[in-house]
Write a protein that binds this ligand. Structure first.
Ligand code: NAD
Length: 352
């Protein structure tokens, strides 16, 4: 197949990890008879410097016309003045909104070679394979706000349609995996959560009878995620609960440098990016871990291009590189570390 992929390297280590990832996609294309055209555009701090805005119209237009978007990371000390009118992160929020991306998927599958890097006991982590699906466009982060001398308020609001579409995404994913969906809410207290629970129950009952649905309160989920992470397959939740639980879940995997993500909507075009930031402390040194970006590219092949075998071959190759202890500095506690390009090359050499 032919696919147009828009590439947004962004700031800090973004350009390094993205330029290490593109040869992996090219190698997959060669092996499987596809052709991928890459079109690079600015976002974040680099876009503020060059265009005065974090999301130039040209970037958005290109993304709208693409099959998928691969993103590095945005931000850095140069643009971090909290009083600045334009900030790099605004570019990310704006592009997700403009593309109608409402579901953020974060897989957490700790690799045996990296278990030691997690603060959680290795015995609890073996066999963990979770995908958290976080609602991305509604809830308290987008509700009306008020502020006076003596009080402040943030409104949490969800519509039936917003809940239906993200639960459908998550249930379809559960169906393609182990068939188990956990919906997380606070239905003992919040009205939005009671609506969430009703809608989730109906969608799964009517449209996914083969998927097992379990409801879990967010406070107990916060405990269970650490005490019995193996019990979960796909977890779906609203925006703020998802924000917190995904960061908690990232600790299961040990290194930020291994965690990929996808932001998806109703169309095929999604944005794929590592969950870590632009790591300004190591930017320009060529030592950043590219695995999270490479694994994000695998998600791109799976979710936007429907290339499951190709996605799985990248995931297996990263896993094999980790098995062979091809570690960048963040993973190599002791011993020799490879650089960004060498890590990506090790993945290419192991592609099936
Ligand atoms: P960070 O994720 O950039 O870095 C945290 C720590 O992890 C640093 O020590 C860094 O060196 C290390 N690290 C991160 N990714 C790594 C990789 N691939 N390989 C090796 N080490 C890695 O978080 P931060 O320092 O809090 O934020 C830095 C900047 O990134 C800020 O401007 C922040 O706003 C931005 N940020 C952007 C995104 C995004 O683009 N989606 C996400 C988070 C933070």
């Amino acid at each position: 197949m032919h696919a147009n992929i828009v590439v947004l390297p962004g700031d800090g280590i973004g350009p390094e990890i993205v330029s290490a990832t593109l040869p992996v996609l090219e190698a997959v294309a060669r092996r499987h008879g596809h052709s991928f055209a890459f079109q690079e555009h600015d976002i974040g701090g680099v876009a503020i410097d060059r265009h005065g805005v974090p999301l130039p119209e040209s970037t958005l237009e290109a993304a709208r016309g693409a099959d998928a978007v691969l993103l590095g990371a945005v931000g850095g000390p140069k643009w971090s003045d909290p009083n600045a009118k334009v900030r790099p992160e605004q570019g990310l929020l704006a592009i997700r909104k403009a593309l109608g991306l409402f579901a953020n998927l974060r897989p957490v599958r700790p690799h045996p070679a990296a278990l030691g890097a997690s603060p959680i006991k290795a015995g609890l982590l073996e066999g963990v394979d979770i995908v958290i699906v976080r609602e991305l466009t509604g809830g308290i982060y987008f509700g009306d706000r008020t502020r006076s001398e003596t009080d402040a308020s943030d409104v949490c609001r969800y519509t039936v349609e917003e809940i239906e579409r993200v639960v459908r995404r998550a249930a379809a994913l559960a169906r393609s995996r182990r068939g188990h969906l956990t919906s997380v809410d606070k239905a003992n207290v919040l009205e939005t959560s009671r609506l969430w629970r009703d809608v989730a129950s109906r969608i799964v009952r009517e449209e996914f009878p083969d998927v097992t649905l379990e409801h879990q309160l967010v406070d107990s989920m916060a405990m269970h995620l650490l005490s019995k992470p193996r019990a979960y397959d796909v977890v779906v939740t609203e925006n703020m609960f998802g924000d917190i639980l995904t960061d908690e879940a990232s600790m299961l995997a040990g290194s930020l440098g291994l965690l990929a993500s996808a932001s998806l909507g109703d169309g095929r075009t999604g944005i794929y990016e590592p969950i870590h930031g632009s790591a300004p402390d190591i930017a320009g040194k060529g030592i950043a871990n590219p695995y999270a970006t490479i694994l994000s590219a695998a998600m791109l092949l799976r979710h936007s291009l429907g290339l499951e075998a190709e996605a799985a071959s990248i995931e297996a190759a990263v896993s094999a590189a980790l098995d062979a202890k091809v570690f960048t500095a963040d993973l190599a506690a002791t011993g020799r570390a490879v650089d960004t390009q060498q890590a990506a090359q090790a993945v290419i050499e192991r592609l099936g």
